[in-house]
Design a protein around this ligand. Structure first.
Ligand SMILES: Nc1ncnc2c1ncn2[C@@H]1O[C@H](COP(=O)(O)OP(=O)(O)O)[C@@H](O)[C@H]1O
Ligand SMILES: [Mg+2]
Length: 365
């Protein structure tokens, strides 16, 4: 497929006899914003380093624009990296930092000046050319680092937790700016973060990683709405997760009751895990509810109350509600069949996708 700018095929990386990447395969389409999301140590930076060519794979194929690049040095790959700590030269001014790679390539001075002017404009730093790095704020340094990477006109920009050193307000602003920049330039961004909200807000596609593997890939909405397993459900957003039994297609049992649901394609009486998102549950009267619980505590979170309840079996239920509840009161919980997300134990991403697809086909027919 010509649209795939990066292709990993069963790529392994081993450190000290431990596989920190376990035969990872994925494809990256040209022009999209991808995010590698996962806890610290899961292998995100390792993937970026392999793409950039800073380290070598122990097995598998890495292709850029269809060409195997395992043995191609970093400086011959059309890839640039923006590092978490910016890695700027403190003794050089903004212009010289951005121009650094271009000077190494021995481009004519006038051409360098024009390219630097263009990329500084892109990151909204026109006029800052002669500013010292030490006189720049965190967000401005980050922009210089991005401008320096863009000056080399990469096909792919790798961004390794570039916003994690910024405070919350600036980080949110930079999220918008990066997203806008990616759309404007139309080049491929691969962004690394351990922050799920950041990943959901910015990405066309997310790869959720854990322990050297990609657990699930998809659009933010897909991953949020249909987590493949407990790890993803827990990592992406708040979840209520309980054990259940899939009695038959569209009928699941949990906390001793039967519920209509939208899932199908499992074995009769298969043990499963059931996810209900806090914002998909409404608090109502015991009579109108599908599940009876007792309100334990609540916290005001600005846009909603976070209400913790317990059912008769002692399961905890978190609900996000714009209305206050009364502590100690018995209430009913209401949710629709499609708010129940059923997850199989040990299902691979291929099996999971195939099952969802056959379910979607059934819906249309
Ligand atoms: N040069 C190295 N030598 C030994 N172990 C390493 C090296 N680089 C990374 N690792 C290990 O590989 C795993 C993945 O690291 P990394 O890709 O940096 O994770 P992440 O970026 O997701 O936090 C970690 O357990 C880390 O300790
Ligand atoms: Mg890292």
């Amino acid at each position: 497929m010509p649209n795939n700018i990066i292709h990993f095929h069963e790529v392994r990386k081993v450190y000290d006899d431990v596989a920190v990447l376990k035969d990872v395969s994925f494809e990256i389409e040209q022009g999209k914003f991808y995010t590698l999301l996962g806890p610290s140590g899961c292998g995100k930076t390792t993937i970026l380093r392999l793409i950039a060519g800073f380290i070598e794979a122990d097995a598998g194929d890495i292709r850029l624009e269809g060409k195997r690049v395992n043995d191609i040095p970093a400086n011959q790959r059309k890839v640039n990296t923006v590092f978490q700590d910016y890695a700027l030269f403190p003794h050089l001014n903004v212009f010289d930092n951005v121009a650094f790679g271009l000077s190494l390539k021995k481009l004519p001075k006038s051409q360098i000046a024009e390219k630097v002017r263009n990329v500084l404009k892109m990151v909204q730093l026109s006029g800052f050319e002669s500013r010292e790095i030490s006189e720049m704020s965190g967000g401005q340094k980050q922009r210089v680092a991005i401008a320096r990477a863009l000056a080399n006109e990469p096909e792919v920009l790798l961004l390794d937790e570039p916003l994690s050193a910024l405070d919350l307000k600036l980080r949110t602003d930079m999220q918008y700016e990066l997203r806008e920049l990616q759309k404007r330039l139309g080049i491929t961004f691969i962004f690394v973060t351990h922050d799920q909200e950041e990943a959901l807000a910015m990405s066309d596609e997310i790869f959720v990683m854990n322990k050297g593997e990609i657990i699930q890939s998809g659009t933010p909405v897909d991953i949020y709405d249909e987590p493949i397993n407990r790890f993803v459900a827990d990592f992406i957003g708040e979840s209520n997760i309980v054990d259940g039994i899939m009695l038959e297609d569209n009928l699941v049992e949990f906390v001793g009751k039967k519920f209509e649901c939208a899932d199908s394609g499992m074995r009769t009486n298969e043990p499963v895990e059931v996810v209900l998102r806090p914002e998909d549950i409404q608090i109502t009267s015991v009579a109108k509810g599908k599940l009876k619980v007792t309100v334990d505590t609540q916290l005001f979170r600005g846009v909603h109350y976070e209400i913790i309840c317990f059912d008769a079996d002692g399961n905890e239920w978190m609900i996000h509600s714009t209305r206050k509840a009364k502590e100690g009161e018995e209430v009913g919980l209401f949710f629709e069949p499609e708010d129940i997300h059923v997850m199989r134990f040990g299902e691979t991403e291929e099996e999971f996708d195939a099952r969802l697809e056959s379910y979607d086909d059934g819906q249309e027919g």
